[in-house]
Design a protein. Structure first.
Length: 690
């Protein structure tokens, strides 16, 4: 036993030396990691804390009380999540924790961690031989802020700026100004060879220049844009170390100012200033180009889009309001246009869409989608506005391959759609062109007829239903066409309004009728129809006074017939004109009463002298009880207001007798006589015989 005691003492001594050595090693390790600027942590194979330095504890100061040897990192993370130390984990705590722990098993992977105090920590973890983990924590908050500051300065810099990796000879990133300058998308410039921006002859020299730090050079370089144009530019470079690679920050100053100005002027000449869309001139160019490039079997379609009720918006709210509405309408349409189509603004409230390689079905679907989206309410400056749209199509080569003809055909289709029903779309049909040609010929003939005095004035009598005596003649314009024969006023009067000739036609009828009425008995009056456009143009009063003065007809013998369309005009002008006419003693008759809104306020607010019941009620009075009710009500209303009530369209004695029994004063219709020329009138023949 005594011989074994030295061996035990020796073993005990060796253990003590080993423990002392281990303690010394741990102390030296602590001293070593304490001087490091990074946070250092040692975990055992089970993820338990073994050792950490002061910097690590400072980084995780809100969880420092949890740091104890043997405590699991997972447990400290859970408590930290509950305390809100890790804002990134909010709402997905378990997912975030699982992901964070999984990174511990992927040594060498760097990842970032955001803390609740706003700090950003870079984490890198490495495995030890016994399965433990050495974790390194670097506070990169200041670096991230600098990077963010650089990023903002870089991206928002109006100067074209590139970040280039000179060693790899490629562009790492480009700001918006650089992309616009060179004509590329941001994603296209990232990874692009630097050499692609320079002509082949100067690429080697340019690459050497980019590798140097030369911020103050005034040397001009030729650079290539995407479209192949060469531009003159002054380049400044600064070397920088970013994200582990040697970077060159390249600033590019365009010295081709004159060229930029010319390009801007060209853009303004080809694009609408308000909406930024292609304008009419550019639309024509693009349509011609699309037709020239179209392959056999490919369809090119032009669609014209007209906004409905837009004029009313301008009249009600003003042009600035209308501009905002147009801009919003353009934005809505732009979202519906296929990538290879072009949206243009070709007029005030008219747009066009050029479809390349699109089927008729696709173009119609887009057209209907435009109608739908523009029918939805617009909210402009707190006002809810409803407009709408109508669309017309024409396609090549089906309809025509000539750009001007195609535009005209699309316009005809739009006109036909508006004539049928606003808010619809129509494709061009051959008969539309035939109708347009016929209308164009009719317009030329009508203009010639007005110029050469080929219009006539006929007169239809209005009789007293009680006595049968003629009390008035209504003057009616007539046009006897050399080839077409008698053209209905329902055709040529709207034509005159559309062509801007209604004032001229109105003056002719008024002057002719006033002169002829001077040959009639003094108790026979003259009635003349007046177009709403004559009120709108503002010279009606002077036209009437001149006609009376020239003919000598007393104002009391003249009646002017107007429709409700005149009264629906906004503004004080119609009311003022009507009151001025009455002040001269001229009678005012409300024609076609009962077919429009027929607001009773019209009769109360305007000095009418006569109401004319529309012929539609007279012709159906024996079939429709409602017609009789309306007639009875109008007659009673006229009697109460002291107005003469006349009925149009009387063709049978039974209608005359009914109206007379109800108290209607005057009647007009084929039963009493058709419209005839002045020489054929009964009163004229009586005077001639006398």
């Amino acid at each position: 036993m005594q011989s074994g005691e030295p061996a035990q003492e020796q073993a005990q001594s060796s253990l003590e030396h080993a423990l002392q050595a281990a303690s010394l090693a741990e102390r030296r390790l602590r001293e070593a990691i304490e001087v490091l600027p990074e946070g250092i942590v040692f975990l055992d194979a089970e993820g338990r804390y073994v050792l950490w330095n002061r910097q690590y504890a400072e980084i995780y100061s809100r969880s420092a009380d949890l740091l104890e040897p043997g405590v699991k990192l997972e447990d400290t993370l859970r408590v930290g999540i509950e305390r809100g130390d890790y804002p990134e984990a909010a709402g997905r705590e378990e997912e975030w924790l699982a992901h964070r722990l999984s990174l511990m098993h992927k040594p060498g992977i760097r990842h970032e961690q955001r803390l609740s105090n706003g700090r950003c920590i870079m984490i890198e973890e490495r495995k030890t031989g016994d399965g433990g983990t050495i974790g390194i924590r670097v506070d990169i908050t200041d670096l991230k802020q600098k990077e963010e500051t650089f990023r903002l300065l870089f991206e928002r810099n109006p100067i074209a700026t590139l970040v280039c990796d000179v060693n790899r000879g490629e562009i790492r990133s480009a700001n918006e100004a650089a992309c616009a300058f060179f004509g590329y998308e941001t994603s296209e410039m990232a990874g692009m060879p630097i050499a692609a921006l320079f002509p082949a002859a100067t690429r080697a020299e340019a690459e050497a220049m980019l590798a140097a730090d030369c911020p103050d050079t005034n040397e001009c370089w030729q650079m290539l844009r995407r479209d192949g144009d060469a531009v003159e530019a002054v380049i400044s470079t600064r070397l920088s170390q970013m994200e582990g690679y040697a970077a060159t920050i390249v600033s590019i100053f365009d010295v081709t100012e004159r060229r930029r100005i010319e390009q801007r002027m060209e853009h303004m000449a080809r694009h609408d200033e308000l909406t930024g869309l292609a304008n009419r001139a550019h639309c024509r160019e693009q349509l011609r180009d699309a037709l020239n490039r179209a392959r056999r079997g490919e369809t090119v379609t032009i669609a014209l889009v007209d906004l409905d009720h837009f004029k009313a918006v301008n009249d009600t709210y003003g042009h600035q309001f209308g501009d905002l509405l147009l801009t919003e309408a353009a934005m809505r349409m732009r979202e519906l246009i296929p990538p290879d189509a072009l949206l243009c603004r070709i007029g005030g409230d008219e747009f066009a869409v050029i479809f390349r390689r699109s089927s008729p079905t696709q173009t119609e679907l887009v057209g209907r989608a435009i109608i739908t989206t523009l029918s939805e309410p617009f909210y402009v400056k707190g006002n809810m506005i409803h407009i709408g749209a109508t669309v017309g199509f024409a396609s090549a080569p089906i309809d025509s391959s000539d750009p001007e003809t195609l535009l005209r055909f699309a316009d005809l289709a739009l006109y036909a759609a508006k004539g049928d029903r606003r808010g619809s779309c129509r494709s061009f049909e051959a008969q539309m062109d035939h109708a347009a040609q016929e209308k164009n010929k009719l317009e030329k003939d009508f203009r010639k007829a007005v110029r050469n005095g080929e219009l006539d004035v006929f007169y239809q009598p209005l009789v007293n239903l009680e006595s049968g005596a003629i009390e008035c003649y209504e003057a009616l314009a007539r046009w006897n066409h050399a080839e077409r024969g008698s053209v209905s006023p329902e055709i040529f009067v709207p034509l005159a309004e559309e062509m801007g000739l209604i004032d001229q036609v109105g003056r002719f009828v008024l002057q002719t009728a006033c002169t002829e009425a001077m040959r009639w008995p003094h108790d026979v009056k003259l009635s003349v129809n007046v177009s709403p456009l004559q009120f709108r143009n503002g010279n009606l009063l002077s036209t009437v006074i001149n006609a009376l003065s020239a003919s000598g007809l007393p104002a009391e013998r003249l009646e002017l017939e107007i429709t409700e369309a005149v009264l629906m005009e906004k503004g004080p002008r119609p009311a003022a004109i009507i009151r001025n006419l009455r002040a001269f003693g001229i009678g005012i008759s409300l024609d076609d009463f009962g077919t429009g809104y027929s607001s009773l306020s019209y009769l109360l607010n305007y000095p009418f002298t006569k109401i004319k019941i529309d012929k539609s009620f007279v012709l159906s009075l024996h079939e429709e009880t409602n017609s009789r009710a309306v007639i009875r009500a109008v007659i009673g209303l006229g009697r109460s207001l002291g107005l003469t009530v006349a009925a149009e369209g009387i063709e049978r004695e039974i209608e005359r007798d009914y109206l007379r029994s109800e108290g209607c004063v005057q009647g007009q219709g084929f039963l009493f006589g058709r419209a005839e020329p002045a020489y054929a009138l009964a009163v004229t023949q009586q005077l001639d015989a006398a």
